[in-house]
Design a protein around this ligand. Sequence first.
Ligand SMILES: N[C@@H](CCC(=O)N[C@@H](CS)C(=O)NCC(=O)O)C(=O)O
Length: 201
Amino acid sequence: MKLYYSPLACSLADHIALEEAGVAYDRERVDLRTKRTASGRDFREITPKNYVPALVLETGEILTENVAVLDWIASQFPQLAVDGPLGRTRMLEALTYVTTELHHGFKPMWHPSTDEEKAKARLTLAAKLRYVAGTLAGDYLFGDEPCVADFYLFVMLRWAVRFGVEVPAALEALLARMEDRPAIQRVLREEGLPLLAARAA
Ligand SMILES: N[C@@H](CCC(=O)N[C@@H](CS)C(=O)NCC(=O)O)C(=O)O
């Protein structure tokens, strides 16, 4: 199994999920500017979608789209899924909220846009993060253990800090809690990313 990722991109969620699963996997960095992998391949040869994450399975099949990749990882490693009769549905509900409402909401920050568009996006994202904070069922989204949706949310919280989006206290605490996890620290080191929660210490 091999993950194609780029530092701080949304593929950080999949990177964390694989590391938390404790499975053996390969990984390769993709430069999203040049669209070359670290070994010099044209990323288009791996996926014509030309964006991360891309996960190559043992069968050689390639999974793309964060929701699908994270759902597949949760299906293989149930400790990263959500229990209960509606567990998978609730997990997909959360993953879909993160991708369509949060991830897409950051577009003005990553792409050319006016200051006004950025300010509006900040307000909208802050309101959506307040909504998410109100849904926490424990230390994490669905209780006291994280699932794959928490990992995707973690990436959005890092983006929020980077782009000056107001993060509610409950999600600041979740961010810090996640940064305490050894698997997450290993991934952040591999991607060359600092611990953010430490800034408050
Ligand atoms: N629809 C894709 C979008 C993934 C995506 O936006 N990837 C970004 C990084 S966060 C990327 O690779 N962007 C490079 C590009 O689109 O050129 C998904 O949900 O997985």
